[in-house]
Design a protein around this ligand. Structure first.
Ligand SMILES: [Zn+2]
Length: 408
């Protein structure tokens, strides 16, 4: 989005600030709730309170009431997600002036200026130009405007996920989260996820050190923070692009996609501390691990993003996405089912029982595929035969040739 100076001021200082303020009030109100104290105010009650606040607070009245009301609805959605057992969303927390900002426009009006440019009507700002990068939903009901930490404005128009154009192949594929590359498929393909470049990592870590020395709230510190956010944004953009491309390619090519069940909180760990051999209980700086840490975080988020996009696109395109328990998939022999840690020697897999040799991650991906297919068919999985399950013809009835078994 390219707001002019005036529109940007209104969007940042009015809409974003009010949406944040209203959201934080809702969080605070909620935090007073204790068991046995009666319910926290519901949506209707809060809307009434908001109207009252607007009547008494002139600065709040200056803003758009629909932006403020939508912030309350956002909060309700966040609370619903928090209580949803299927959802991993955490408890909605306070929003900071320094975090990403945003607000929602309802009853969106959009007009097209050219092939690349469009305009959206923002309350109290008028028409604001934006880059038209993809087809919009027929009737954009609402638009979400966001200001990311790197200072870039975006507008998105939520709509249903369009189906991926595909020719049904009837094939199934298993995907393993690799150690070196981001993912390895059961047909032996490796896909690398974007990583932070050495140059960016060095700059980022330098900036991080500088930030630690700068006075809180100072202008220079803010500059450092923006420079850091720009680097992060660059990596985030490449990561999103990667997840979109890979998920489309996988959904286009396969009928069933089997993934590991994700355990996101366990995926990003802190760099292991490095004890100082000279002094007991002291630690050496482990900056060398810091870049690895950055990359680990990026890899983990690539995975989360990819599995989400696969789920979205799969559901829209009639592709079955199956999640399986990944335990021991890296130790289990695909041919005979023998499962011991000795089978695994870093990147190589060699079964100590039958001698089957394979790339370690590809072997794991094939195990994942077999488990997924067993699940999809609703059959109990005998422990011994798990490694043996091949590809059965899927609903299309086409033979699933060349999907799993490589000439090992
Ligand atoms: Zn074996």
């Amino acid at each position: 989005m390219c707001p002019d100076v005036q529109a940007e001021a209104v969007m940042r200082d009015l809409h974003c600030a009010h949406a944040r303020f209203v959201w934080n009030l809702a969080v605070e109100q909620r935090s007073w709730w204790r068991p046995g104290r009666g319910g926290a105010p519901g949506n209707a009650e809060r809307m009434r309170q908001l109207a009252e606040a607007r009547a008494t607070e002139p600065w709040l009245r200056e803003g758009s009431s629909s932006v403020q009301q939508q912030a309350l609805r956002d909060f309700d959605h966040a609370m619903a997600a928090f209580f949803d057992p299927e959802n991993r969303a955490g408890r909605p927390g306070f929003r900071s002036r320094r975090g990403p900002q945003g607000f929602v426009i309802r009853d969106t009006k959009v007009r097209r200026l050219s092939r690349k440019w469009g305009e959206v009507l923002v309350p109290k700002c008028g028409w604001v130009r934006f880059r038209w990068t993809r087809p919009l939903p027929e009737k954009p009901g609402m638009a979400r405007v966001t200001l990311d930490r790197a200072g870039r404005w975006h507008v998105s128009f939520p709509g249903p996920q369009p189906a991926v154009q595909r020719t049904p192949s009837g094939t199934a594929i298993g995907i393993d989260r690799g150690v070196r590359t981001a993912l390895v498929t059961s047909d032996g393909q490796h896909y690398r996820a974007p990583r932070i470049s050495d140059q960016d990592a060095a700059r980022y870590l330098g900036l991080q050190r500088r930030l630690a020395r700068q006075r809180k709230g100072s202008r220079k510190r803010e500059k450092t923070r923006i420079a850091m956010a720009r680097i992060t944004a660059r990596v985030t953009d490449r990561r999103k692009d990667w997840a979109e491309k890979i998920s489309t390619r996988l959904v286009r090519g396969h009928h069933v996609i089997v993934l590991e069940k994700l355990n996101t909180p366990g995926m990003v760990r802190r760099a292991a501390p490095k004890p100082d051999p000279e002094r007991l209980g002291a630690y050496l700086p482990n900056r060398a691990r810091a870049k690895a840490g950055l990359n680990r975080g990026i890899l983990a988020s690539c995975w989360g993003l990819l599995s989400k996009r696969l789920a979205d696109k799969g559901a829209a395109s009639g592709v079955e996405i199956v999640s399986v328990d990944p335990r021991f998939t890296s130790q289990q022999c695909r041919m005979c089912g023998h499962t011991v840690p000795e089978n695994r020697d870093s990147q190589a897999f060699r079964c100590v029982s039958c001698g089957h040799a394979d790339h370690a991650d590809a072997n794991a991906a094939r195990n994942i595929l077999a488990r997924g297919l067993a699940l999809a068919d609703g059959e109990p999985v005998p422990a011994r035969a798990r490694g043996q399950a091949g590809v059965r013809p899927r609903k299309t009835g086409k033979p699933a040739a060349g999907t799993t078994r490589s000439a090992a």
